[in-house]
Design a protein around this ligand. Structure first.
Ligand code: HSE
Length: 444
């Protein structure tokens, strides 16, 4: 007996999933038991390269969800609506769901999880983060015995491609973005990628799983790469750093809270200077990587292609197989008790801390007058605020943006509370010799 699969969406990833289901040879035998029953597409009449029976296609996504032959619903439409409603409709009908939709899960994950728990169905989301990289199931299951200290990652391939080229070629952000759009690596509207929203969706999901409770997506401090200047990438390189868009979720405190207390988390996305020897520093191009730090496992890193038809379809089909395997093991009984690890039920509450209390190193680029005593006065401002300087370097002006007789000074601080650092910057900005705080980036 086969297991009926209904596909919502036949775009890049949907076509990748269909190709696997239509070509089971050489794969796990359970793949051959999956049968594509119906596929929702925008235009059923459009010619497609896949050897797909045209009778399976419909423009009515609800009909796919409702079809009695469809036992597992695979949502690959993307966007918030109608994707969210279709997921909830499938759950209400008692059908398990597989989705790659990070935007929906990051915002409506709690609502969807509650509905799924009530109906006793799984909603699996391996493809929502990191494309083909297995990271969701490892966090839920393989690392389940750990207290997770930190999850940090490069989880947006578009921005990593742009940053890699800026570093390699000294190119300007706008030029590389235009090139990436021409080559099809970046969307025509790149806002979600370059402004950090896509990475924020993904770290919200990873944090929720790593720490066992939902993380409010709208409270995640998010800064993209769209204001990053080529000269900061170049100066960072001269100082031994690479600039990456890093998404981080870090547990504060000792990790053992009072029963019922919410766990304090610092969750954020921003361009970050990584020391060249940092495990994430060597992740280039459109690749993604997620570094998980836990007790007692230590550091484990997951690396690979973060997007694309084949890699994302690999993750989607893994989820379908997980559900199919359970159905086989339980004799296809609907309503069998859920495995709490696979279902990823929340088991505590999380709260996001005020960012001004987080501690980190900083990179600051100042445009100043080039005259005696300037570096001394900048150093005094940092010292008065209790900020320790690791290095302070004056770079030769590059012409653009620097007044004649001006200088460019780059400071790297030691680790310091954000509030103290901001106080020092305010004092520095008030110095008459300082023309501008031209860039300010966090440093690991
Ligand atoms: N737009 C994403 C990226 C891929 O550039 O990584 C899908 O999550």
């Amino acid at each position: 007996m086969t297991i009926g699969v209904g596909l919502l969406g036949l775009g890049t990833v949907g076509a990748g999933v269909a190709a696997i289901l239509l070509g089971p040879e050489g794969r796990h035998p359970l793949v051959a038991e999956l049968e594509l029953k119906r596929v929702a597409v925008r235009d059923p009449a459009r010619a497609r390269p896949l050897a797909l029976d045209p009778a399976l296609l419909t423009s009515n996504a609800e009909a796919v969800v409702d079809d009695p032959a469809v036992e597992i619903v695979v949502e690959l439409i993307g966007g918030l609506e109608p994707a969210r409603s279709l997921i909830l409709r499938a759950i209400a009908a008692g059908k398990p769901v597989v989705t790659a939709n990070k935007a929906v899960i990051a915002r409506y994950g709690e609502e969807i999880a509650a509905a799924a728990a009530e109906q006793g169905v799984y909603v699996l989301i391996e493809a929502a983060v990191g494309g083909g990289i297995p990271i969701i199931e490892p966090l839920k299951q393989s690392l389940g015995g750990n207290r997770i200290q930190r999850v940090s990652g490069i989880i947006n391939g578009t921005t990593n491609y742009i940053l890699s080229r800026m570093a390699d070629e000294g190119a300007a952000y706008g030029d590389v973005l235009a090139d990436a759009q021409r080559l099809g690596y970046a969307e025509a509207d790149p806002a979600a990628d370059v402004q950090g929203g896509d990475a924020a969706d993904k770290i919200a999901i990873l944090a929720g799983l790593a720490y066992g409770g939902a993380v409010p997506r709208s409270a995640i401090a998010t800064e993209g790469i769209d204001r990053l200047q080529a000269r900061d990438v170049a100066y960072a390189a001269q100082l031994g750093f690479v600039v990456k868009l890093v998404a981080t979720a870090e547990r504060l405190g000792d990790g053992v809270e009072e029963p019922g207390a919410a766990i304090p988390l610092d969750v954020r996305v921003h361009p970050t200077l990584l020391p060249k020897h940092h495990p994430l520093a060597g992740v280039h191009g459109v690749n993604n990587a997620i570094l998980v730090e836990g007790d007692p496992v230590g550091q484990v890193m997951f690396y690979g292609p973060g997007a694309g038809a084949g890699p994302t379809a690999s993750a989607v089909v893994a989820d379908i197989l997980n559900i199919a395997g359970i159905r086989r093991a339980t004799g296809n009984q609907a309503g069998a008790p859920l495995d709490p690890l696979l279902a990823a039920s929340s088991w505590r509450r999380c709260r996001l801390v005020d960012g001004s209390t987080s501690r980190h190193r900083n990179y600051v680029r100042l445009q100043t007058r080039d005259q005696a005593g300037v570096i001394g006065r900048i150093g005094t401002c940092f010292g008065d605020a209790g900020v320790s300087i690791q290095s302070i370097v004056q770079f030769e002006g590059q012409g653009d943006g620097i007044e004649a007789g001006g200088a460019e000074i780059v400071v790297i601080t030691h680790e310091v509370e954000e509030g103290r650092f901001r106080a020092a910057l305010a004092a520095i900005e008030a110095l008459t010799e300082v023309e501008a705080v031209a860039a300010c980036l966090r440093t690991l």
